[in-house]
Design a protein around this ligand. Sequence first.
Ligand SMILES: C[S@@+](CC[C@H](N)C(=O)[O-])C[C@H]1O[C@@H](n2cnc3c(N)ncnc32)[C@H](O)[C@@H]1O
Length: 421
Amino acid sequence: MAPLPEPSPDALHHSRELARLIHREIAAAGGWIAFSRYMELALYAPGLGYYSAGAAKFGAAGDFVTAPELSPLFGRTLARQVAQVLELTGGEVLELGAGSGRLALDLLRELERLGTLPVRYHILEVSADLRERQRALIGEAAPHLLERVAWLDTLPASFTGITLGNEVLDAMPAALVRWREDAVYERGVASAGDEFQWSERPLAPGPLLDAARALKLPAGYLSEINLAAAALVASLARRLQSGALLLIDYGFGESEYYHPQRSQGTLMCHYRHHAHADPFFLPGLQDITAHADFSRIARAGTAGGLELLGYATQAAFLINCGITQLLSETPVEDVSTYLPLTNQAQRLLSPAEMGELFKVIALGKGIDEPLVGFAGGIGGIACRPPGSESVSRAGTAKDKVQLPEPSASPLPPGGACDKTR
Ligand SMILES: C[S@@+](CC[C@H](N)C(=O)[O-])C[C@H]1O[C@@H](n2cnc3c(N)ncnc32)[C@H](O)[C@@H]1O
């Protein structure tokens, strides 16, 4: 790995504290913890994990840029989809993992403009530090909207309206699995002095082994399985009375996720805008992510009684929701506003940036109109009926490997979402 920027002495101290905590947990567990537990501690250990502690994460001064941080166009465009669901089913908004609060702010302002402000905008945020940042941002930029925002510690027992999550699935702890000739192994972490090292153990019977066996991958293959993300969706599905669940993230359907050429998985770390593959580098100071497997997400939702309402690339979704019309509201003559906005739109939409790798999936209940983000005649992805291997899609320009084009599979009768490409 090429040398990465040096952390400050304080940041280094913080990382060592977290490393010590993880080493203690490894020792207490008999010398080994699953990678998913390592990832959970590295990201969410109270006061020390990457998302729980105070450093800037998002934007130019942080480690990576998400779509809401990149441009207000993202939240404003998404507001069209949110408004439609609120008009159809009534209810409120629940945002999962709201990061800096930027998306909440842009959505609330645009919903106000559209006259569809919900009575309550709930935020479920696992990080106490991020909650404070969210409150401060909204309080400063739109104090009159703050009274509508409520922070939750746990999911509500039942919910009507729209639940959103941008880049939440990829931040949930994933298990690392290695398929070998003799058995399926789970990749875990052991201590080697002050360092961490990889260590693999045969998987014990249980849901992870069942999920790994079902994938039927060849010996030597290494990848992630994210049962926590699927469990979150299952739990949201159980609670949804009427409305939609809209998740946006980078990832693929199962056939592409576990493609023969992607034999080393999708685990990725971000530190000061450098992407690399070493999760043991400066724990607590870098983000650790794995792509979303949208087939597993779709199955978790449909098994929980939701209908698959749509699956599209981010570019298709934003265009269907009217991002170009929003852009055209700014006069071209206003160069200092217009040029940065077009540049941001290009990054959100371009296949070489976020347009193709990022997908949007919608699952819902009690909605019998096509959702605007998937119904505008642009770029929907072939969907099979709920409960099957429901989502299939191939190649993106950002993929490390060149994958075949998606088969133009005809929509079966009663299929749950429009194939609009
Ligand atoms: C990569 S950040 C994305 C932040 C923001 N949505 C954005 O797009 O800028 C991941 C976020 O998910 C949150 N998160 C992770 N697991 C979560 C869970 N189980 N429930 C709610 N939020 C979660 C993190 O605390 C963090 O705010």
